[in-house]
Ligand binder design. Structure first.
Ligand SMILES: Nc1ncnc2c1ncn2[C@@H]1O[C@H](COP(=O)(O)OP(=O)(O)OP(=O)(O)O)[C@@H](O)[C@H]1O
Ligand SMILES: O=C(O)[C@H](O)[C@@H](O)[C@H](O)[C@H](O)CO
Length: 244
């Protein structure tokens, strides 16, 4: 029985790689073009990236949700847009799914509550599944997913679809760093006065959450994006090899 108060058992998830920090990791430079993914050939022999079969229901096909996560200002939108472009996958901007009431609250400097976030999380999960049901074999989305139980809401997605793998790309940063980045950012409803509240509720993913790829973002953007792409490609390779 799934419950918001009981963490989803990671034993039911397809393991990806442990939540290790990437300090000192030698990342590959971001590629300016779309890369060929290790997707299996379709029955007609054609390899695809974003699109799969006409009805999108090929049970032999692995699908992936890449959820870029972390507190306000950690770089979710920047990294997710990059991954979606390079991987040729649809991009879902989590902030666009907040109801106006949530935006108004955050604009007024009032942190969201659990109750404010449930419907938003479910809507994001559904939006991701919709993309996959429409024939895509992957989707990149952003969502702060600050608490374990929020991540668990999204972890329900693979129960709806065979061979669906969910991966969190957690952008790890200190409060000090994010304060600096949010202060430098213009024209965004999330003010610097909200950064502390994000860290107050943040539950950093633990090593028990084996579907999390953690990335240190206290580095130049190119290094962060390269590391994220590197981890995504390695994870896909690993899953494909396990299935052979
Ligand atoms: N590694 C980095 N180095 C320097 N600046 C960065 C880095 N990553 C992101 N930024 C900058 O920090 C700001 C916040 O990034 P971005 O908007 O992508 O974060 P976010 O997590 O999506 O924020 P929010 O959740 O508040 O929408 C932007 O101005 C972005 O250009
Ligand atoms: O859960 C939350 O508190 C929210 O999702 C925020 O994290 C913002 O939407 C986002 O970061 C924009 O700055």
């Amino acid at each position: 029985m799934l419950s918001y108060d009981k963490p989803v058992s990671m034993k039911t998830q397809t393991p990806t790689s442990p939540a290790t920090m990437s300090n000192g990791h030698q990342s590959i430079p971001p590629s300016p073009k779309v890369v060929r993914l290790p997707t299996p050939a379709l029955s007609n022999g054609v390899r695809t990236n974003g699109a799969i079969s006409a009805n999108g229901s090929n049970p032999k096909h692995d699908r992936h949700i890449w959820l870029v996560t972390g507190p306000a200002g950690c770089g979710k939108s920047t990294v997710a847009k990059y991954l979606a472009t390079v991987l040729d996958l649809p991009y879902i901007e989590g902030d666009e799914y907040h109801p106006q009431a949530n935006i108004d609250k955050m604009s007024a400097g009032i942190p969201l509550t659990d109750a404010d976030r449930w419907d938003w999380l479910v809507a994001l999960r559904q939006a991701s599944l919709n993309e996959l049901n429409n024939g895509k074999d992957g989707v990149v989305l952003t969502c702060s997913a600050l608490k374990r139980k929020y991540r668990d809401v999204i972890r329900v997605a693979p129960y709806f679809m065979p061979r669906l793998h969910l991966h969190f790309i957690y952008l790890d940063a200190s409060e000090e760093l994010l304060l600096k980045r949010v202060l430098a950012r213009k024209n965004h409803y999330m003010g610097a006065n909200m950064v502390h509240s994000q860290f107050e509720v943040l539950e950093r993913p633990t090593s028990e959450e084996t579907d999390v790829l953690a990335i240190d973002v206290d580095r130049p953007l190119e290094a962060v994006m390269g590391d994220a792409l590197d981890k995504v490609l390695n994870t896909m390779d690993k899953i494909q090899n396990e299935n052979q």
